[in-house]
Design a binder for this molecule. Sequence first.
Ligand SMILES: N[C@@H](CCC(=O)N[C@@H](CS)C(=O)NCC(=O)O)C(=O)O
Length: 206
Amino acid sequence: MNPKIELYGAPTGNSLRAAIALEEAGIPYTARRLNLQANEQRDLSYLALNPAGKVPTLVDHSSTPPLVINQSNAIIQFADAKAPGRLAPAHRGPKRDRVFDRYFFFVTDVIGPSHAAFSLRQAGFNDAATVIDQRVIEQLVYSERFLTDDFMAGDQFSMADISAFTIAASFRDRLDWAVLSRLSRWFDAIEARPAVQRGLKVFQNH
Ligand SMILES: N[C@@H](CCC(=O)N[C@@H](CS)C(=O)NCC(=O)O)C(=O)O
């Protein structure tokens, strides 16, 4: 393990996205699990790293002062920069552009709204949350048309698969997999990747 990079997180989609990206990029790191139920994200020592009191947070001690990143999607960009070619084609061009097009589809049109639905449900606005969750499901169903090849953005695994996989996993019990044959095949293939398996386990209770 490389003590220079620490990833604070919990077994939630945002943290898992960051962990899978580091695993797929082959970047060594130490996972630091926070117990959200015990409110460890509100400990003063953690708030010093992430004043919003949210996970994930990456700390790279190889920079002076240490680099602190609080957004899961910024951690994915950090991993892409450190390991060119693992999460997107290394060079600019149509293939890399397509990765970002699909990646941002999942980040802004699917994951973003799912966070809004989660907040609405927590605040007791169940009907509104259900409308947004339904939209999230429709977008996931729509994404099946991206699968003209093995992956969400062509013939190579990319950050688009990471963003798509973590949100599809959160909605796996609400998707009608029987009528989504390409999405279903893709989901199983991504889930079976050794780096994805490692990322999924990193914040589990030990
Ligand atoms: N936009 C942030 C969202 C982070 C976020 O909302 N994290 C949630 C877990 S999924 C959290 O830490 N919640 C704990 C809390 O709000 O107390 C990201 O993508 O990293």
